[in-house]
Design a binder for this molecule. Structure first.
Ligand code: XIL
Length: 464
């Protein structure tokens, strides 16, 4: 019996109710008649996924269902820290690579799970703290996201960083004790390593509007306002015998912050309500235009980490359960979405990035005073992440470069939304092709990450 699970079920809000169908303009209402989870979800612009245990990929019944019904996969354990970096600096990608190959051969997208989590850390990391742990964890994010670059649709960059109960605060952990900015440092490192992946925060006991989900909501709102590169929030949804009446409203309030939302680890206690709860969750996702997919945490009841709860959509024999039919019907009945073109591009974090529809300025005359730059630093002992804001002067810019002179011992290890020349001493950052042209007064941002200290750096901006 898993203690964590007992805790989760105990705090599930005990209110079952019909979910309000709050459609938005981007939803299109057409019933469809798909006959598999993946086809029905795809008809509505969504994916339907499953967590996959590597050793089950040789089980025929399992693989038959996986490939027939699911068009997204996530490693149940194979991409976690203990699996991918069992000794510091020795990376093992066998299990993750096998899942990626399976997905590529079968037309499935891959969710990466999870770069940083307080559980399932290798022993060496559990025994670390302070700046050594901070460097090790950022290195882990960088190495793993780089290895899988281009192959992961969405990464759970940080998993389960908030406490249960009424505090709405961060959970205490060795990661948290490296400094409150550890989450944003992880997101910046993940963005730099795989600019094409959507970057998500993922948690449980967030199945309605409660203290924990509100704590996370406030963090995401803060990240969006400061340009920290977060694209999505995962709601694990390990559910008991009821579904909170504000489950959908909770998804919607996150979506309204400009992030996508997904149901990432769905499983439901068996019993009279199981099929209804599965359907309620599915309807809630369908009614939120930014809810882009649903993943169940396993395939058949006997594959589930929840042991005897019979928490999934298929019997061990492979037969479909009543809950399967209720999910399929809810997918077919639900509104569709056209994937939103307004989702910010992966390499342009932050709300201050100029929208792609901004007309290019008329060619401004070059001038040395054509732009200004300011830097904001998140530092810890041994490392930093710098966000640099570039503001065009009254003539606008065709291109820009920003120079910073780093103190001795400091070095740039990653850059996003700019190209760096040099890594120590005076480092020059030049615009990339989409953010060089700025109208008068227009602002863009780029960032870089490094080791050592960047305290006191003053950027100088030159326009062309
Ligand atoms: C679980 C796996 O299913 C188990 O096989 C493993 O022993 C423990 O972890 N939240 C998460 C998942 O984010 O990674 C967990 O997966 C379930 C809870």
């Amino acid at each position: 019996m898993n203690h964590k699970r007992v805790l989760r079920l105990a705090v599930t809000v005990a209110a079952t109710g019909a979910l309000a169908a709050g459609m938005t303009m981007t939803l299109t209402s057409t019933a469809s008649a798909g006959t598999t989870l993946k086809a029905s979800a795809a008809e509505k612009g969504r994916y339907f996924g499953a967590a996959v245990a590597g050793q089950k990929l040789s089980d025929n019944t399992y693989v038959t269902i996986l490939n027939r019904e699911f068009n997204s996969v996530v490693a149940e354990n194979d991409m976690k820290w203990d699996a991918t970096e069992p000794q510091q600096g020795r990376f093992v990608y066998t299990g993750g690579d096998r899942l990626v190959s399976h997905a590529q051969a079968n037309g499935q997208s891959v969710r990466g799970h999870a770069l940083l989590w307080y559980q399932q850390q290798p022993g060496w990391a559990q025994n670390m703290s302070g700046s050594a742990l901070r460097s090790a964890m950022i290195n882990h994010v960088t190495q793993v996201a780089t290895h899988f670059r281009g192959k992961i649709h969405s990464w759970d960059v940080v998993n389960e960083a908030f406490a249960d109960g009424n505090s709405g605060a961060r959970r205490d952990s060795n990661l948290q004790r490296t400094g409150n900015d550890w989450i944003e440092a992880a997101f910046y490192a993940a963005r730099a390593a795989d600019p094409g992946a959507k970057l998500c925060y993922n948690d449980y006991n967030t199945d309605g509007i409660n203290a924990k989900s509100t704590g996370i909501y406030n963090m995401v709102r803060d990240f969006r306002s400061r340009g920290v590169p977060i694209d999505c929030v995962g709601f694990q949804s390990h559910l008991g015998t009821s579904l909170a009446s504000d489950y959908q409203a909770n998804l919607q309030r996150f979506a309204d912050l400009g992030v996508d939302v997904q149901i990432t680890e769905l499983d439901v206690m068996s019993g009279g309500n199981q099929a209804n709860i599965f359907a309620g969750v599915t309807r809630a996702c369908m009614n939120v235009s930014r809810c882009t997919g649903i993943t169940t945490w396993g395939v058949r009841d006997c594959d589930s980490w929840r042991g005897s709860d019979n928490a999934l959509l298929f019997e061990c024999s492979g037969n479909k359960k009543a809950a399967y039919t209720s999910v399929l019907n809810a997918l077919n009945a639900g509104p569709g979405i056209t994937p939103s073109p307004t989702t910010p591009g992966p390499t342009t974090p932050g709300p201050t990035t100029p929208p792609p529809t901004t007309p290019p300025p008329t060619t401004p005359p070059p001038g040395p005073d054509g732009c200004t730059a300011s830097v904001s630093l998140n530092s810890w002992t041994g490392g930093f992440v710098a966000s640099v804001k570039v503001t065009a002067g009254s003539a606008g810019t065709n291109g820009w470069n920003v120079s910073v002179t780093l103190p001795g011992g400091a070095s740039v290890t990653n850059t996003w939304s700019a190209t760096a020349s040099g890594s120590t001493g005076t480092v020059r950052f030049t615009n990339v092709n989409y953010n060089g042209r700025l109208g008068a007064g227009q602002v863009t941002e780029f960032g870089f990450q490094g080791t050592g200290s960047a305290a006191g750096v003053t950027p100088t901006c030159t326009a062309s």
